[in-house]
Write a protein that binds this ligand. Sequence first.
Ligand code: C5P
Length: 228
Amino acid sequence: KNYYAVVPAAGVGKRVGAAKPKQYIEINGQTVLEHTLNALLKAQLFSEIIVAVSAADSHWQQIALLQHPQIRVVEGGQERSDSVLAALTVLQAEPEDWVLVHDVARPCIAEKSIHKLIACLKNDEVGGILALPISDTVKQVGEAQAINSTLDRSQLWSAQTPQMFRYQLLQQGLQQGLAQGLVITDEASAIELLGFKPKVVEGLASNIKITRPEDLTLAAFYLSQITE
Ligand code: C5P
């Protein structure tokens, strides 16, 4: 089976509070997008890496790495899932081929985590995701910032990326989410819509999603530590 990577990079990243989308912010001399793409290229696994960018900005046009022969750029969509679907549409993949969707905002992904995900799932019918057991106690909060309930932490994991699924199932799941008018925030939830139970593979806490300004400092630290 072939392996493909899809990188949704069409978000505007408002929460980080910078003048440009977070994927174009520089950390240790490279943009977040370049760190993420270099991590995927380094794994030497993918027949092709499809990057969905926003037509609303031109930042991506300055990134020479996007002209790499293994990389193809497509125009993303309104929501993350629209961007992923746009990328899947241009892939000439077989139904059973694997697609690893990886957020552009997770530049600290370790090569060993990508290999672990694949080693754990390559014989699976459906696929699964990197995830981390939750260490905080999680509250369900209602009106007036009042706690309604406390969730059972022993059953909770934070979903990370890459999320690895069979090409055809992933496309079907995302299309179903679209048809039902749902906002799908990760690929696993699209697969769950089809009635499957994707697996979790334990990842690393360093695989943070850059969301808030302080995450940039943390990412700079982790990126300076990555040696393998
Ligand atoms: O906003 P959030 O951090 O959850 O976005 C997750 C990922 O989805 C980011 O990599 C972002 O660039 C991408 N995205 C996208 N198209 C959108 C919205 C988000 O590719 N319309």
